[in-house]
Design a protein around this ligand. Structure first.
Ligand code: GTP
Ligand code: MG
Length: 189
């Protein structure tokens, strides 16, 4: 089977749909009720390549704990079965990532983003981590934030060493778009 799908995963509200919109110029349908629709949204990207917008996992207001677990299980099973997946784009909120990860660790839990990153790597879908919403972090604080993210992901800082894995990006300002596309192309062909 030809591998033609780029699977887009991430917590709810990190900017998955916004990133797809910037990458494709297409207005991506945004689920009105998060956690209810379990259908991946398939969006044509380049000739013979498609993006798969997965439901966001993790905390969502108005969605029960069981609902959140159901979504995560769905995403995991979908990815496990997806023989046509080329690689994953894992979107994170660059500013919120470390804070959320610390909170989970203080409760003795593995942060869901880190679990997902490891899982994707184990499946050979070597994810490209899109550190989205970088516009919300002051310029002189970005390196520290990106280093901390890398540390959590098991990638020894400085983050610049991992430029094939992590890319600072803003779906709002378009900052980092050229780099993101270039790195996606490297993985695609
Ligand atoms: N400042 C800033 N806001 C952003 C950026 N990307 C997305 N947002 C905002 O973040 C919110 C969530 O964006 P979505 O693209 O809907 O996020 P999502 O990951 O698709 O969310 P779910 O589908 O619910 O999982 C929206 O209010 C966006 O406008 C960014 O780069 N910078
Ligand atoms: Mg979305």
């Amino acid at each position: 089977m030809e591998k033609d799908k780029i699977v887009i995963v991430g917590r709810s509200n990190v900017g998955k749909s916004s990133t797809i919109r910037v990458l494709t110029g297409k207005a991506v349908r945004v689920g009105k009720r998060p956690g209810v629709t379990l259908k991946p949204n398939i969006i044509p990207y380049k000739v013979g390549k498609t993006l798969v917008d997965m439901p966001g996992f993790g905390f969502m207001s108005g969605v029960s704990k069981e609902g959140q677990e159901k979504i995560k299980d769905f995403v995991i099973h979908y990815i496990e079965k997806a023989q046509d997946a080329l690689f994953a784009l894992q979107i994170i909120d660059a500013g919120a990532f470390a804070q959320i990860a610390r909170r989970w660790e203080s409760r003795g839990q593995i942060p869901v983003d880190i679990e997902m990153f490891d899982f994707l790597n184990e499946l050979g879908l070597n994810p490209l981590v899109v550190a989205n919403k970088i516009d919300k972090i002051k310029k002189d604080e970005r390196d520290v934030a990106l280093d901390e993210i890398c540390d959590f992901l098991g990638l020894a800082p400085p983050w610049q060493k991992w430029e094939d894995i992590i890319v600072p990006f803003s779906a709002k300002t378009g900052e980092g778009l050229v780099e993101l596309k270039r790195k996606m192309n490297q993985k695609m062909y």
